[in-house]
Design a protein around this ligand. Structure first.
Ligand code: E4P
Length: 215
């Protein structure tokens, strides 16, 4: 499974890239707004830190506008993937961008038929939002499982990108159900590494190492 970082914060991205576990980046308008900088500037800076797919989201809501913005974003760097919302206009934009050879990440997916339609329109990635489904009493991971199974059954090449991940259990389950990618906030990436027995084991090893006479 590939691991993306869900962030537009350059220091945070660089810190996680340094661990050697990051395959790509996802951003969204909320994350970009938090930087206080223009979208193209942030995306260009991320391309200098990460060598992998970097999702940048359009903000137009009509097809022509999405395609125009998507082309401009894709021109920033070959690693840019254009993020398009799962609307009628978004599907049409996905088809047009795909035909133009531009990779897309279709976002804000909340059910199986939406995911199948996105795949038919040529989406490179589909982003079901697990945490937001859980927030309203649904089972987000159940949707990931359904989509993985359906794409496999019908041979769609679209990759299932588990998004809106809130905690480490989401990651464990995403691995188990076969999500192709999980995009994680930096906080979750760092939590994944921590285990009390690792800390305790290291403490004991260091204490024992200190007893060994130096030559
Ligand atoms: C994914 O591409 C989105 O940016 C993100 O995962 C949304 O997460 P949230 O529901 O925690 O805002």
């Amino acid at each position: 499974m590939e691991i993306f970082i869900d962030s537009a914060h350059l220091d945070e991205i660089a810190r996680c890239v340094d661990l050697g576990v990051i395959d790509g980046v996802t951003t969204n308008p909320t994350l970009i707004a938090a930087t206080g900088k223009p979208l193209p500037e942030v995306i260009r800076a991320i391309t200098e830190v990460v060598n992998g797919p970097i999702s940048a989201e359009v903000i137009a809501v009509d097809t022509a506008g999405m395609v125009r913005e998507g082309q401009a974003l894709a021109a920033i760097h070959p690693n840019v993937v254009v993020k398009v919302p799962l609307t009628l206009a978004g599907l049409s934009a996905t088809r047009q961008l795909t035909e133009a050879g531009i990779r897309t990440n279709v976002t804000l997916c909340f059910n199986l038929p939406q995911a199948v339609l996105a795949a038919k329109a040529g989406a490179t990635y589909i982003s079901p939002f697990i945490g937001r489904i859980d927030d309203i009493g649904g089972r987000g991971m159940g949707l990931i499982e359904q989509i993985v199974r359906a794409y496999d059954k019908y041979g769609f090449p679209t990759k299932v990108l588990a998004a809106s991940i809130r905690h480490t259990l989401h990651v464990v389950e995403a691995i188990e159900v076969g999500a192709h990618v999980a995009t994680l906030p930096a906080k979750v990436i760092e939590q994944l590494v921590k285990h009390p027995l690792t800390d305790l084991g290291l403490e004991r090893f260091l204490a024992d190492a200190a007893k060994v006479p130096t030559a």
